[in-house]
Design a protein around this ligand. Structure first.
Ligand SMILES: Cc1ncc(COP(=O)(O)O)c(C=O)c1O
Length: 402
């Protein structure tokens, strides 16, 4: 028998808490139940026809590699697109962009460009857990600044500043946030960028949900780090087509940075994996034609879903925060252990043949013991289904606490 063993990197890689209950949900379906999936950020919004049409139109005779940093005309059009859309005031150059395989690869490359093994990155917990996955691959520690349900999970720059140590190499923050929906105001982005500049720390700002912001005080888009001159040297913006166009399978993302050293490092990583997908870039290029009215409609739909879910959760007596953006809601439930409760909802509970799958939030915290009674719900399903989910949750909580 072979005595080969996996690396610690391989054997100890964290599993995603977002997908953890998937097999129990599949078993529930096998038993004939209807399962509503609120655990995963897979929108049901129809992908714009112009994107699907671009896939159908593709007919090159040789399916060739693309340049490692993406097609030049795509980067040019993307740079122009930033300027033509509401929300971004300062110009973006095609040379500031490297196209990647989704925002996920952009995050991995950005982290790899600015950290060495043993370094630390700062996150605000609860946080998008894949940051922990990338940090693990790179041998980097994750250091958390806790945000709290009773404060609507607001991010406080002073707490971030206080948490920076000599080992901190980068702060990684999504805005709008996953799993909390928190949006970072322009003032706070500026303040965090200034803190980073003063402390020689990079700021990786994950803006893949930028379109989905529901409070008028922020304007039509969530504020972007690209508009903060203080971040020109140390800022890396992560972007993606996945959520923006409900095109998660296209696997096109990119980094934007005005720091050419970072860009060159990311490009070298890009050369090692050769190329982002060719056909998906054509589709992503077509996506740039999606009109502003499409975003307005989709945003209105998500806002309505948010409102239905928040109102429903409050109706059944839960202290639901009002997420300002993205399409997630993190909430504390009146249970001791949300993980056990969520599992039980899939193995032993149904309301008239229906149940639901949520993501227990403990796995989104770095600090052991936090988030035990919290869950994340993705409001990516239709409003009537969300209303039914509230009824299902109410009945499940009543049965569980009986
Ligand atoms: C905060 C955040 N960043 C990045 C991503 C990566 O998305 P993708 O790789 O599909 O572009 C996701 C996906 O859920 C996300 O929630």
């Amino acid at each position: 028998m072979s005595t080969c063993t996996l690396s610690r990197r391989g054997s100890e890689a964290p599993a995603s808490p977002i997908r953890a209950l998937g097999s129990l949900a599949a078993q529930a379906e096998d038993r004939g139940l209807v399962v509503h999936y609120l655990n995963i950020g897979q929108p049901d919004i129809q992908t714009p026809e112009v994107i699907n049409e671009a896939y159908r139109r593709y007919q090159d005779e040789v399916l060739a590699y693309a340049p490692s940093d993406g097609f030049r005309n795509y980067r040019r059009e993307l740079a122009a697109w930033y300027g033509a859309r509401p929300g971004i005031q300062r110009p973006v150059d095609a040379e500031d962009i490297v196209v990647t395989t989704g925002g996920s690869e952009a995050l991995l490359f950005a982290l790899a460009a600015v950290t060495d093994p043993g370094d630390e990155i700062l996150v605000c917990e609860p946080y998008y857990t894949n940051y922990a996955g990338y940090a693990h691959m790179l041998g980097v520690e994750v250091s958390p600044v806790t945000t709290y349900p009773k404060e609507q999970y607001a991010i406080d720059p002073d707490r971030i500043e206080a948490a920076i140590t000599g080992k901190t190499r980068a702060i990684v923050l999504p805005t709008p946030g996953n799993p909390t929906g928190s949006v970072i105001s322009a003032e706070h982005l500026e303040r965090i960028a200034e803190i980073c500049a003063a402390k020689d720390v990079f700021f990786i700002c994950d803006e893949v949900y930028r379109e989905f912001v529901y409070e008028d005080c922020y304007g039509p888009r969530a504020p972007s780090l690209l508009d903060q001159p203080a971040a020109d040297e140390l800022g890396i913006v992560i972007d993606s087509v996945s959520k923006r166009y409900s095109a998660c399978g296209a696997r096109i993302g990119w980094i934007v940075t005005r720091n050419q050293e970072i860009r060159e490092a990311v490009l070298r990583f890009g050369q090692a994996r050769l190329s982002p997908a060719t056909v998906d870039q054509y589709a992503a290029m077509a996506a740039l034609e999606v009109p502003e009215s499409w975003f307005e409609e989709v945003k209105a739909e998500y806002k309505a879903r948010r409102d239905v879910l928040v109102a429903g959760l409050r109706r059944i007596g839960l202290d639901a925060p009002t997420p300002e953006g993205a399409f997630y809601l993190a909430i504390a439930l009146p249970v001791e252990d949300a993980d056990t409760f969520c599992r039980w909802m899939l193995t032993d509970f149904d309301l008239n043949g229906e149940t639901m799958c949520m993501a227990p939030l403990a796995g989104f915290y770095q600090t052991a013991g936090l988030g035990k009674n919290e869950v994340r719900m993705a409001y990516v399903l239709e409003q009537q289904i969300l209303e039914r989910c509230v009824d299902i949750l109410e009945a499940a909580l009543a049965a569980w606490n009986d």
